[in-house]
Write a protein that binds this ligand. Sequence first.
Ligand SMILES: Cc1cc2nc3c(=O)[nH]c(=O)nc-3n(C[C@H](O)[C@H](O)[C@H](O)COP(=O)(O)OP(=O)(O)OC[C@H]3O[C@@H](n4cnc5c(N)ncnc54)[C@H](O)[C@@H]3O)c2cc1C
Length: 238
Amino acid sequence: MIEPSPLPWLSATIIGITPVTAQVKSFRLAVAFDRIALAGQHVDVRLTAPDGYQAQRSYSIASAPGNDGTIELMVEGSAQGEVSSFFDGVAEVGDTIELRGPIGGAFVWRAQDGGPLLLIGGGSGVVPLLAMLRHRAEAAPAVPALLLYSVRHGAEAIARDELSRRARDEPGFDLVLSLTREGGRRIDATLVGEALTRLGQPRHAYLCGANPFVSAAADLLVEAGLPPGAIRTERFGG
Ligand SMILES: Cc1cc2nc3c(=O)[nH]c(=O)nc-3n(C[C@H](O)[C@H](O)[C@H](O)COP(=O)(O)OP(=O)(O)OC[C@H]3O[C@@H](n4cnc5c(N)ncnc54)[C@H](O)[C@@H]3O)c2cc1C
């Protein structure tokens, strides 16, 4: 059997940096992929130090599929993190970094996949779900969708204004924001039940965030009666 050749490392130029929250920055990168990135896919980023030491991490693509030769990443900075500290404190417009992608076949939503679409994100786990919502708005606005987004504080919510605007202006899109340190509930059976009542039985559920968050949310969906085959997960680690 012939193994598929690995995706090549490409040079990507940072063409824009925008703060998203106090911890998260958006990076617009110009990169010449040989295919259009699908909503939900990610890239690998590889940094090389002057002494040759390399660090590699994955980052989800926040932008909707498009062919303008750019993608958007949203990186949560951490002073101690090897790669996120580069994005947070070192990266500048004009820098080039190595990327390969787009990567990921299971955690992908295409317009033709239809819905209803249940999206559950924790923290920066909302990034690939944002790509799906942006794609839905452009390509399949009639697909019912609900995002259940859990963060500790409202100020930490990524793209909060965009999500609120979409919930207000886009028929069929519903947003449930759970601010766990501001009197909101953690995602539990009751919250999941309410989301399912508002959305209807989802055809697809996409869950993304830190490992414990994703495991807990997947268990809740199975307990609520969703077929495991309808549930797709992306785990950021942690
Ligand atoms: C498919 C996929 C998609 C992803 N998409 C995104 C995304 O869109 N956005 C995003 O922000 N992340 C995303 N991640 C997570 C990302 O890949 C990295 O794991 C994350 O940025 C942390 O990497 P790092 O190199 O900065 O931290 P690491 O160096 O790997 O450290 C991990 C953690 O340990 C802590 N740490 C390290 N050293 C110390 C120390 N000495 N003392 C105390 N604490 C320490 C760091 O603060 C950090 O929180 C994704 C992960 C996957 C698998």
